[in-house]
Design a protein around this ligand. Structure first.
Ligand code: PRP
Ligand code: ORO
Length: 199
């Protein structure tokens, strides 16, 4: 497929579906990756985490932070490879979907002191519209940390690239895949009365 660039072994990890999906960020999109079994074989992920760690290392970060669940699993492996601190963010319990980028994440209180003043790479398994990494970024800043790099196994579309450029930090990944995102009001699939697929 001409729109895919990936390190060897990465494509096989993802079950790629095309259709009409409602996403974590509140957008609608035409691409869905099944991520539930991504961490089934820890050694397979460890090899990819090793390569991602190698690419993040030049950023000179003190810690890696990922959003639960998948992003945090990966962040822990990358932190282990670099022998630096691992942190995680979790979705706010009362964070309801509604509008774009409406989901909030928090960092557990027990981690706040360790994060203060640290340069942190925000790592997710897959970045699509970027709602989880944006919310994690905000939560890190609230702890006095300095988000300094973004990383992912796979980046979908261009939202992550734009966000990294706006923030002036590197975006590191092992693969990229084109996709389309729309606000629900502008979704051409909704306009064509295509029903939402289950996720
Ligand atoms: O770029 P985004 O708009 O944030 O979309 C990608 C996010 O969606 C998935 O997480 P999900 O919300 O399914 O949570 P999970 O990791 O707990 O499965 C994935 O693991 C990313 O964190
Ligand atoms: O954007 C998302 O929320 C999302 C996209 C995707 O492909 N898979 C997933 O689990 N979430």
């Amino acid at each position: 497929m001409s729109d895919i660039e990936m390190v060897p072994g990465l494509a096989a990890l993802f079950d790629i579906r095309r259709g009409h999906f409602e996403l974590e960020s509140g957008h609608h999109g035409d691409l869905w990756l099944e991520l539930g079994a991504l961490f089934l074989h820890p050694r397979r992920i460890a090899r990819l985490a090793q390569e991602l760690a190698r690419r993040i290392a030049p950023s000179g970060v003190d810690a890696i932070c990922g959003p639960l669940e998948g992003g945090a699993f990966l962040a822990q492996s990358v932190a282990s490879e670099l022998d630096i601190e691992f942190h995680y963010s979790e979705r706010e319990k009362h964070s309801e979907r509604g509008g774009l980028y409406s989901v909030a994440y928090r960092i557990p209180r027990a981690l706040h002191a360790a994060l203060s003043g640290k340069r942190v790479a925000v790592v997710d398994d897959v970045i699509n519209a970027g709602s989880a990494i944006r919310a994690t970024w905000t939560a890190l800043e609230a702890c006095g940390a300095k988000p300094s790099a973004l990383g992912a196994l796979l980046v979908l579309g261009s939202a992550a690239e734009h966000y990294a450029r706006d923030k002036g930090v590197p975006l590191v990944s092992l693969g990229a895949l084109t996709n389309s995102l729309w606000s629900p009001a502008e979704c051409p699939l909704c306009k064509a009365a295509v029903p939402l697929d289950p996720t």
